[in-house]
Design a protein around this ligand. Sequence first.
Ligand SMILES: [Zn+2]
Length: 336
Amino acid sequence: MRPEKLLFPTPEGLYCPAGAFHVDPVRPVDRALITHGHSDHARSGHRAVLATRQTLDIMKLRYGEDFCESEQAVDLGSELDVGGVAVSFHPAGHVLGSAQIAIEKEGMRIVVSGDYKRSADPTCTPYEPVACDVFITEATFGLPVFHHPDPRAEIGKLITSLKQFPERSHLVGAYALGKAQRVIALLRQAGYGEPIYIHGALAKLCDYYRSQGIDLGELRPATVERGNQDEFRGAVIVGPPSAFADRWARRFSDPVASFASGWMMVRQRAKQRGVELPLVISDHCDWPELTQTIREIAPEQVWVTHGREEALVRWCELQGIAARPLHLVGYEDEGD
Ligand SMILES: [Zn+2]
């Protein structure tokens, strides 16, 4: 079977006509297979949804019980038949519950990796390479200039700053799903034992991560009331990036503004956001991870999506691997 017959882009997202399903559709569809819970991949309003138990739980937390008509949980590594197409989910190492989806029919296997990364993350199952004929990869950081440092060294910078400025609260911007919990878990791994304060928008997801066995230590709500300003002196406060623009953030006196994102590599972005302490912590592959992964899998073809497609397509061609950009729209990388 030709791969373009098994899976192709439509305005709704990638579609598999043989199995009558879409992968991470951006519009409501009859049957959706979802790689992970970020809002650009996991939307509400589909009739039937197939995903890992954790991704389904996360969608429920974010959209409510009625986020779809019917749900089916699939275990990582087990294979199921969807309308005559063999489908299996494999760890992507991106956020809790994240999976790559392998789709196979008549000897043709395509792997949709969704978002993935290779660097260590204490909050989710590590990425596993899956042999395939066609590998669909993201290219969020698909340029040779993108090299992400060791996240433990980045967390070390935060710990150093806490020691340097014991009077100042440290406001760390981190996306609500995945990045926030990863920053907290990395702090705990580095031996930081103080209570960590979290913005209300993170509470449900942090509770869920803990229910799944992720150690986040003592968390307290970052609620500023008159007279409790002292509580936040020298403390770490984690909140979604959006909260840093509103009045909530201005209640902390003389805070150190920090932001955990792969984009913090780009000095201009840190400057624009007024970030004093940029932490380059990414939930996506950098250029060496992308190219290492493609070498390791050695697929016949690579299809490149959301991000800087051209450079990776060119790199594949130079390696003798056929490649093309997919030009999918609607993926705004919620959790970089
Ligand atoms: Zn994502």
